[in-house]
Design a protein around this ligand. Structure first.
Ligand code: GRG
Length: 294
């Protein structure tokens, strides 16, 4: 109960932050700002910003330090841009996201493309205008790295290339998942630590925990794509198998995929326990994630 209460508190802070920190509805160009808000305010689990806020609160400096909320919103802006672009006809060509028509279905392709671009840019505007050079510069570096060509975008590129190949190896799939998915989850925890002036050792623990949690998250996403239905997921289920995509389920089978997800979650939990106070909220979040059904 305590966990659920804390989680809904973090999510409410994120929702409020999104509303406050995005260009206001109705301001020019209103079609673009509506499209940005349409995708960003469509719900979603808010996993990454919640991780950032929870990580920041582990450290005593957080109390008198800068507000982690703009960094949390910046991270969700980047995540949402990546979903908008991923759904475009030139990529996954999907109709449903977060239980609603995708941005290019609700608006049009050009508007969806621009809304994604604008969310990406807005993330860095938020960081640059909300923080002093310390920790602002390190936040910019962390987010740019996680979202850039060697992580999020690089993982997406390799994923697209893998779809065209007859076989994907387990190592190639792990590369895709670590970069397309885990890097942003890793960045969430590290950025929380950076805002709260965590020391180098704590930042390393947050990074390692994020990598394992991100891997677990994506393996579970693969399992859900193969086993859950569209209504429960709020996005098209069974899409990976239909597209012949390499997934943990396809390469390792359902049982092994479940075992690997369990192992990655446990590894993340072991790292969280090394953090100040044993990070009970993050430990429980990792355990809940392992059991998620959507
Ligand atoms: C277009 C640069 C670019 C990248 C796209 C995020 C992404 C990379 C693709 C989306 C497809 C996918 C399965 C990505 C793996 C990460 C993932 C599971 C994203 C969905 O994140 P959730 O489940 O979504 O946290 P919500 O809607 O809850 O925020």
């Amino acid at each position: 109960m305590e966990f659920t209460h804390q989680l809904s508190g973090y999510v409410a802070r994120v929702e409020h932050g999104i509303d406050r920190l995005l260009p206001a509805d109705g301001t020019r160009p209103s079609r673009l700002h509506s499209a940005m808000r349409y995708s960003l305010q469509a719900g979603g689990k808010r996993l990454r910003p919640v991780l950032l806020l929870a990580a920041a609160e582990l450290f005593p400096a957080a109390a008198g330090g800068p507000d982690p909320l703009p960094a949390a919103v910046a991270l969700e802006c980047i995540h949402t841009y990546s979903l908008i672009h991923d759904d475009l006809p030139c990529m996954d060509n999907d109709d449903l996201r977060r239980g609603r028509p995708t941005a290019h279905k609700a608006f049009d392709e050009a508007t969806a493309l621009l809304a994604g671009d604008a969310l990406l840019t807005h993330a860095f505007l938020l960081l640059a205008s909300s923080y002093d050079p310390v920790p602002g510069l390190s936040l910019v570096r962390e987010l740019a790295s996680a979202a850039g060509s060697q992580h999020l975008i690089g993982g997406q590129m390799e994923d697209i290339l893998a779809e065209k190949k007859p076989e994907t190896t387990a190592a190639e799939l792990e590369y895709i998942h670590l970069n397309k998915t885990a890097a942003m989850i890793e960045a969430a925890l590290v950025m929380g630590g950076l805002v709260a002036r965590a020391d180098a050792q704590a930042l390393l623990i947050l990074r390692q925990a994020g990598r394992q949690l991100g891997l677990a998250f994506q393996i579970i996403d693969d399992i859900l794509d193969a086993t859950a239905d569209t209504a429960a997921l709020g996005k098209t289920a069974g899409k990976d198998a239909k597209a012949g995509k390499a997934t943990f389920v396809k390469i390792h089978g359902l049982e092994t995929a479940r075992r690997l997800a369990g192992k990655a979650s446990q590894d993340a939990i072991a790292e969280f326990r090394k953090l100040p106070g044993g990070a009970p909220f993050l430990v429980e979040l990792a355990a809940e994630m392992a059991a998620r059904t959507h």
